[in-house]
Structures are given as structure tokens and as C-alpha cells.
Ligand binder design. Sequence first.
Ligand code: HAM
Length: 421
Amino acid sequence: MERISAPRGTQDILPPDSNLWTQLEETIRHNGERFVYGEIRTPIFEHSELFARGVGQDTDIVSKEMYTLIDRGGRSLTLRPEGTACVARAFLQQNLANLRGLPQKLFYIGPMFRYERPQAGRYRQHHQFGFEVFGDPQPEMDAEIIAIAISIFRALGIRQFEVDLNSIGCRECRPVFLAALKKELAPHLMELCTDCQRRYQQNPIRMLDCKKETCQQMLDQAPHPVDFLCLQCQTHFIRMQKCLSALGFSFRLSPRLVRGLDYYTRTVFEIVSPELGAQNALCGGGRYDDLIEILGGPPTPGVGFAGGMERAMLILQENQAPEPLRLDVYLVPLGEEAYSQAMLLAMRLREAGIRTELSYDRRGLSAQLKVANRKHARFALLLGEQELKEGSLLLRNMESGEQRTISKSEVLQSISSVLAV
Ligand code: HAM
């Protein structure tokens, strides 16, 4: 029979790597706690309309990369390609502004789905951790968001990264920039790639991050959003840079950084790592002051970021070997009579916090001790006919080979005290 493999662009996470994943999730949650953000868990699928409106119909994510299905009721649903629109939807639907007050600070961890061409660091199912704030318009909040990302990477031991920063203005000043950009490029339209020719009509700002060399050269010379910022956007951008400097963070101004989602206003940033390959963004984010309105809510500023967990893992795996599963006691019943007692004993040991594995292998003692060795058990606990009769057990230190008889009534105490050494 032909075997079935996992869909392209998805990954199995196996032990002991899953331990590193747990460590990564714990670091994110600790930072959530320290910065006092609450964890939110939204559904894996949403109405497709949410992303079309929130992320933008003309973005690559929405136009090319969504996993969309029609359910049995005829509704168009989409596996979430990103978290911000989902959290914004929940913020509005759950009436968090009125029930809990502003600002609302939330974080999330979970899988996202994009139909992209898989390569190292880019998958069709990937995991993101994200932090979002609703209801705070201040530039200090933008800096706090970057500080959270940096705190997480530092705590993970990721030291090599750079912050790329830009401002793409607001609904007042961006149209002025877009008009200037289009005017400048109009005579050169045919020299641009076909994607940029399409973007010129549909979503001109996205031309700025075209990766094709001929377009890049032309766009380097073209107008940039920072040159057209209105006074408020300029002040915001300068104040947030001051905060970043006060925090001791270095950053690079990247006048062509625009990001692939339409909801951004003012600040946009990415943190990139030279330790990653072509897909070098560890995280990305920015301000989205119009998103809540686009989704039908009252004007509510927002800012946030999301990081790619597989990308963080690629660096973590380089830096540290994952810890293997630890086994304190390998419990070996010898003879059929011993099994039921051994099961009860194993339950007691586990309830006392002792990592215990019970062998159901019917082979002889030496084969079983080999297994205990292979699993790096600290102790083997043997329950044979003799011990059963005497109400005792044989405790063997797997490293030294020392053995001693312990009484059944004191088993918990004896094992706990030897494990504490
Ligand atoms: P994004 O830049 O599209 O932003 O994704 C965030 C991060 O997720 C990226 O920097 C990258 O590390 C990771 N990532 C994205 N796509 C993939 C993929 N196919 N495979 C592996 N990793 C990937 C957003 O999604 C925004 N929602 C971020 C945000 C939050 N902006 C404001 N708040």
C-alpha cells in the first residue's frame, strides 16, 4: 500500500526537538507576563472576508496564498494566514474596549497557513508568536513593541540581529507620496517587471519592496514615504527613534521597507538575522491605526508584531542541542504476577513527580537492563518473584551498577532521596 506523507511545506515536530519548542513557547509567555500582555487564542479559521478587508485584497497573502474552503453551509472560510486581523476581529466582537478598557495588550502563539513555495525558513504551515496593542497612539508604544521582540530574542540567546525601521505615513500624507511615486515612474513603466506594472495600478507602495534588481535600482532613485511624512507622522517617527536609542537599541533606517500587508500606517519594522538564509526576517510588525475602522469599529489605533517560530528554532537548534526526555526510574516487573503491582507503583511514583517508565517487555533481566541503559534511566527498579514475596524491590543505580533492596512501604521515600543526590 502506498504511504501517505504530510502535505508539502508542513513539518512534524518530534521529541527531543519538541522540548526546544516548549522552551521557546515558555520564553514568549514569560515575556507576555513581564510586559503584562494577556494571552488570546482565536480560531484557526475565520471568514475569508476578514483577511480580504483586513490584510488587503491586493496583497500576495490574500490574492495568492490563502487556504480557502467553502464549508457545507456554503460559507467561504480561510485558514488564518496571520494573526493581527484575527485578534482585531476578536477585540471588536468581544467588545474589549468597553468591557476591559483601553489600551488592550494581547499576545498569541499558534499556527498560520500560507500557500507559499516552501524553502528553508518558509513553510505552508508555520507558527507565529505575536503581540498586539489596541488603543495607544503614542510612539513609545511602538518602541515597547520592538523592545518585547528584542527581549524575547535575547532571552533565547539570539544575539545577532538587526532592526530595520521605516515610516510609511498615514492616510493624510501617503496619497501625496503615492502620487509622487507614480508620477516619477510613469515614463519608466515598461522597464519595470510585470509584477511591478500590476502593482503600479493596484497597490503602488508594494513596488518598493520588489526583489528584482532592475526594479530595485529604479526604486532606489524614486521617492520614498519618509520624504513625504506629514508633521504628525514625522514627530511620531522621530520620537520613537529617540525611545529606541534611549533603550540602547541600534536600528537601520530602511526607506524602502513597506511590508506585505496593507493595514500598516506610520511605523513599520523588521528584525532580520544574518544567521538565517534568504528568509531572514525573525519578525515584522508596525502600527495599524486604521485597521479597527476597516473592520467596522470606531477609530482605534493599534501596533504590534509577529515572529516566525520556525525561524527562531533554526537558530536555537544551531546554538544548543535539545534536551532528551529524562527518565528517573525504569520499572521492570519480572514474571506475570508482578505486573499489576508494578502498574500501581508506577502510578504512585509519577504522582510523586518521579519520571517513571514501566516496561511491558516480557524478556529476561539482562535484555531489560540494556533497554534501561539505552534510555539513560538513572535507576532501574526490579520487581521479581522473590521481591514480590518479601514485599520489597531491587533498586539499581544504572551508572554505578550498585544494587540494594528497599522495602515496598518505603519505596517513594528511598527513591526520592536518591534522586535528590
Ligand atoms: P509577517 O511578516 O507576514 O507579518 O509574518 C510575521 C513573521 O512570521 C515573519 O517575520 C516570519 O518570521 C514569519 N513567517 C511569515 N511567513 C512565514 C512562512 N511561510 N514560513 C515561516 N515563517 C513565516 C504578519 O503576519 C503580521 N501579522 C505581523 C504583525 C503583527 N504586524 C502587526 N502585528
